[in-house]
Write a protein that binds this ligand. Structure first.
Ligand SMILES: *[C@@H]1O[C@H](CO)[C@@H](O)[C@H](O)[C@H]1NC(C)=O
Ligand SMILES: *[C@@H]1O[C@H](CO)[C@@H](O)[C@H](O)[C@H]1NC(C)=O
Ligand SMILES: *[C@@H]1O[C@H](CO)[C@@H](O)[C@H](O)[C@H]1NC(C)=O
Ligand SMILES: *[C@@H]1O[C@H](CO)[C@@H](O)[C@H](O)[C@H]1NC(C)=O
Ligand SMILES: *[C@@H]1O[C@H](CO)[C@@H](O)[C@H](O)[C@H]1NC(C)=O
Ligand SMILES: *[C@@H]1O[C@H](CO)[C@@H](O)[C@H](O)[C@H]1NC(C)=O
Ligand SMILES: *[C@@H]1O[C@H](CO)[C@@H](O)[C@H](O)[C@H]1NC(C)=O
Length: 366
């Protein structure tokens, strides 16, 4: 049992204790604690956590905080069932496989110190490319201290169809390149692959662009064929991107922007950790949203942004948008500006969903 699950069980016991003793089960999950001080919490200024069920209002934005001992998470909050795409009722597997065989997919993966996950990623990528009539795999690497680069090189050389291309970006932290921010390095790598797809590998002729991280897309026992194929159960006119999820928890809160998490959760942790220390801040702004999405959760989850280690895009939405890991004066999850741009240029027509069946990994692995 790892530290997180111990903490979680202790919390559950504690909550059970309170519920049993007080005889209460909170009927309303979210209530408002108003403060308006230009961005920082008055409650936090008093050096204590605000009550856990709260909506914190700042001058610029409304930040909603739920406790992690109730039934609300971002994925079952404020859903509008009427507008959600439904799986195509007429679809059968042979029709689906034929559609994919007529399609071109471009796969992009950036790796940094991921040597232990490269063979796994390769088998996942092989599982995927097998379904498509045409494929290109773009691999990016930078700054690794292990043999990630060597393994990627071997993979690229060993692809008999020569459809695997490696972009060795070197040492981006080195003085000449001077990209000291981690998210800026990742954004640089993702942009390199995306722009190569545009200029060298006919992105405009592809139907799908699949982005994946080695740490989250390298375990075929979790990331099964069924999970991958679940993305194609929906009419292509109804989605721009499907993003992945995990079995153990929903780990990727940083790139998430939804009705409930409509702000940068890690930025909130950074702002409040000085007063609350790190874990209480984390438990307010991140933990409540990590509760896993059940594999059989029956709806797509519409978001403004999400990632989760893998995402499939329809290429037609990617003509001009780029990643960016820096916003004004701090790091931002590079997926957020990318998704904002995709939604902006489509005039709101590009819809992004977390697909509960698109499970790719058990838990965050470094
Ligand atoms: C932390 O506490 C100090 C002093 O009590 C206060 O000035 C500051 O605004 C607080 N910071 C946050 C993020 O609440
Ligand atoms: C799938 O659908 C196609 C076209 O509607 C039909 O020709 C085919 O027989 C169906 N296959 C199965 C296994 O139901
Ligand atoms: C190279 O490809 C061959 C044949 O497909 C395979 O048996 C071998 O394991 C591959 N080697 C690497 C390093 O991927
Ligand atoms: C990359 O650059 C950093 C900073 O200059 C340096 O400490 C590190 O050794 C370099 N790594 C490699 C693999 O060259
Ligand atoms: C590296 O970039 C930072 C800001 O991004 C700058 O402050 C610093 O002077 C740069 N260092 C070098 C050696 O160029
Ligand atoms: C994205 O990057 C490409 C290549 O650098 C550039 O041509 C394009 O204008 C950028 N798109 C936006 C929206 O900035
Ligand atoms: C998207 O549009 C909004 C509103 O026009 C604008 O403020 C924002 O900068 C745009 N974002 C991107 C990434 O294009």
């Amino acid at each position: 049992m790892n530290r997180n699950s111990k903490r979680y069980i202790l919390k559950l016991l504690f909550i059970a204790f309170i519920v049993i003793n007080a005889g209460i089960i909170t009927p309303i999950y979210i209530r408002t604690v108003k403060y308006n001080d230009g961005g920082d919490s008055a409650a936090a200024g008093e050096n204590k956590k605000p009550v856990s069920l709260s909506i914190l209002t700042t001058t610029t934005t409304t930040i909603q905080v739920v406790s992690n001992h109730n039934d609300v998470s971002f994925w079952n909050y404020g859903i509008d069932l009427e507008t959600l795409p439904k799986p195509r009722s007429t679809l059968n597997i042979s029709v689906l496989l034929t559609e994919l065989k007529q399609s071109y997919v471009i796969i992009a993966a950036c790796a940094h110190n991921e040597a232990r996950n490269i063979e796994g990623l390769q088998s996942v990528v092989n599982m995927i490319t097998h379904y498509f009539g045409r494929y290109t795999v773009l691999l990016g690497e930078s700054d690794s201290k292990d043999n990630t680069l060597e393994k990627l090189r071997r993979w690229a050389l060993n692809d008999t169809a020569s459809n695997v291309h490696l972009f060795a970006l070197g040492n981006l932290t080195a003085v000449e390149k001077n990209i000291t921010s981690r998210t800026m390095r990742i954004a640089h790598c993702r942009n390199t692959l995306l722009n190569a797809a545009r200029t060298e590998f006919e992105l405009s002729k592809s139907q799908y662009f699949f982005v994946c991280d080695p740490s989250q897309a390298s375990d075929l026992s979790v990331f099964t064929r069924e999970n991958f194929l679940s993305n194609f159960m929906y009419d292509r006119n109804e989605w721009a991107a499907f993003t992945a999820t995990q079995t153990y928890d929903y780990y990727d809160i940083w790139p998430l922007r939804s009705k409930l998490v409509n702000h940068d959760a890690l930025d909130m942790v950074n702002r409040y950790k000085a007063n609350w220390t790190f874990w209480p801040a984390w438990d307010n702004f991140v933990t409540p949203y990590k509760r896993p999405i059940p594999l059989d959760y029956p709806h797509l989850i519409e978001v403004n942004s999400a990632f989760g280690g893998a995402a499939i895009y329809q290429s037609k939405y990617l003509k001009s948008c780029n990643y960016s890991g820096w916003l004004v004066d701090k790091e931002v999850s590079e997926h957020v500006p990318f998704h904002e741009c995709i939604k902006n240029i489509s005039g709101g027509g590009a819809r992004i969903f977390i697909n509960p069946k698109f499970q790719t990994a058990t838990d965050w692995k470094d």
